[in-house]
Structure formats: C-alpha cells, structure tokens
Design a protein around this ligand. Structure first.
Ligand code: AMP
Length: 289
C-alpha cells in the first residue's frame, strides 16, 4: 500500500468527546488508512515520543490520547500533583506530526452513573496490583474504553510498564477487541535511568542514586542468564538497592516474561521486574533476562 506523504503539521486537531474520536478514526479507516493509538497521561518525554514514532512508522494515521485517569490513582497517590504541561505536550505532538489528539475531561470518560469496571484476574493481582490496589482496574477500564471508542489497527504501549502491557494484552484477547497491541522498548537516560514523568520528583542526590535501579536489575538478569538461581539473585538485588540508599523495595523478582509466573531458571524468556522507593518517589523498571 502506498503511504501518504506525512507533512509536518502547523496545527494539531484536538477532539474532546468519545463520539468525535470514534467518528474521526472510523472515517480514516473507511478511507483505507491504517490507524495507531498511543494512550498517555501527558507530561510527555522521549519515551512517549518513541511510541508515537513507532505508531507513525507502522500506520498511516496516529492518534495520541492525553488523559490523567483519576481511577488508577490510589487515595494517597499523586493525582493532584501529577506533572502537567499541556502546552508543551501539544507543541511536541504537533512537531511529531500526529494526526489527532484525544483529550477528554474526566466527566466525558466517567459520566454520572458510570458503573462498569474491567478486572484482569491473576496478572492484575500481583506486583503493582498488590502495592497499588485498584490501579490495574483503573488502567484496564480506561484502556478498554479507549480501544473500543477508537477501534484502531494497533495500540502502542511501552515496556516501561511491563506488567501493564501484559494486562492490556490479556484484556484485549479476553474481550475480543480487534486491536493489535504492540510493545515499544524502554527509553533510558544515558546513565540507565528509565525516563518517567515522575523522575521530576527526584532531588539531585536521589537522581544520582536512581540509576542503581537499572544497574542492579541488569546484573540480576545477567546472573540468572548464566544459570544463577532467580530467588538468590533477587535477594542480592534487593540488598544492593537498600545499600545504595533506596528507602524500600516493594518487589524485585524474576518472572516468566509472558505469564508473570515464578520461574526456577531462564529456560523460557524471563524478566526482572522491580519497584522501589527513593525518598518519596516510587520508581519501577524491568529488563529482559
Ligand atoms: P504514562 O503517560 O506514564 O501513562 O505512559 C504512557 C505510555 O508511555 C505507556 O505505554 C508507558 O509504558 C510508555 N512509557 C512511559 N515511559 C516510557 C519509557 N521510558 N520508555 C518507553 N515507553 C514509556
């Protein structure tokens, strides 16, 4: 199929209603254009932009969504202070040449009387599901809505949120949503720290310690890849992080990369996943074994 020439845009079309989103995407698809969806919560950085570029390389039209989803934040989490920079987000997305920004208000996504939620049992109950109760129900519900509202060909998610990616793949299969979920690799700073909107919370001494997270899980992955016992390596990794100055480690574990089941060795693709708190900032990361 001939790809249309993608001129840089000077203005970015923004829709704020689900009906507007559905209408726009279905008109593209009726015209034979392939469509990619990139869900985000804004405060965009190079990690988000890599997903946008992935979509633009694979499809003729790209729609980014910007919605800070209140239902995925716990009562003691950072919904009110979550970084917001709408003007910069719009400027960056305009520069990237996307075709549409969907930016709904909470009342559009959750109108009064809203009563339905999507829960992914098993995959959504471990790791982040233990430490952030309700988080995956919030994510799964909003992502289901976005996928069903827009029905794109592909939707792109980052491996940065590795468990989230598996949860979204599962719900898409389970609910027969006809969208292909594509994964994009983690974009990191030069020192290894995975880009995250929440890195803005780190002070300078915490920022200096933060790359230890990636360094440690990379060493664990290497040792397990060489035949080291996953449990022992994970214990070693947790100790390293506390020694480096992390206040607490919610989990550091080596799991099957698809099912997130416990593994005894690296005979199947495995993943090292970690969540740890530095000062008051909770960071997550993961690497392949
Ligand atoms: P968020 O705005 O944090 O909800 O993230 C939106 C999407 O960007 C999710 O699919 C994330 O996994 C992805 N993402 C966030 N940070 C990165 C990163 N450093 N590298 C790749 N993808 C990322």
């Amino acid at each position: 199929m001939v790809q249309p020439v993608k001129f840089p845009r000077t203005t970015l079309p923004i829709v704020r209603t689900a009906a507007g989103l559905a209408e726009c995407v279905s008109s593209w698809r009726a015209a034979g254009d392939t469509v990619g969806l990139v869900p985000t919560m804004g405060a965009l950085h190079e990690g988000h932009l890599s997903l946008v570029r992935h979509s633009r390389a694979k499809t003729m039209r790209t729609c980014v969504t910007l919605f800070i989803n209140p239902t995925q934040f716990g009562p003691n989490e950072d919904l009110d202070t979550y970084p917001r920079d709408e003007a910069r987000d719009v400027a960056q997305l305009t520069e990237e040449g996307i075709d549409l920004l969907f930016q709904p208000e909470p009342g559009e996504v959750y109108p009064s009387g809203f009563a339905t939620s999507v829960q992914v049992e098993g995959l959504g109950d471990i790791l982040e599901g233990v430490h952030r109760p309700g988080f995956f129900t919030g994510v799964a519900t909003v992502v289901t809505k976005l996928l069903v509202q827009s029905l794109p060909d592909i939707a792109v998610f980052g491996e940065k949120d590795f468990q989230q990616l598996q949860v979204i793949k599962r719900l898409t299969r389970d609910l027969d949503i006809p969208v292909r979920i594509e994964a994009a690799p983690i974009v990191r700073e030069a020192d290894g720290l995975a880009l995250s909107s929440r890195n803005a919370y780190l002070n300078s001494s915490e920022r200096a310690i933060a790359p230890t997270l990636h360094g440690t899980i990379s060493q664990v992955a290497e040792q397990v890849g060489r035949g080291g016992a996953p449990g022992e390596q994970a214990d070693w990794g947790r100790e390293q992080l506390v020694r480096a100055g992390f206040a607490s480690v919610d989990y550091l574990t080596v799991l099957d990369a698809e099912t997130l089941d416990e593994v005894a060795d690296a005979s199947r693709p495995a993943r090292v996943l970690v969540a740890a708190t530095l000062g008051t900032t909770r960071l997550i990361d993961n690497v392949a074994v």
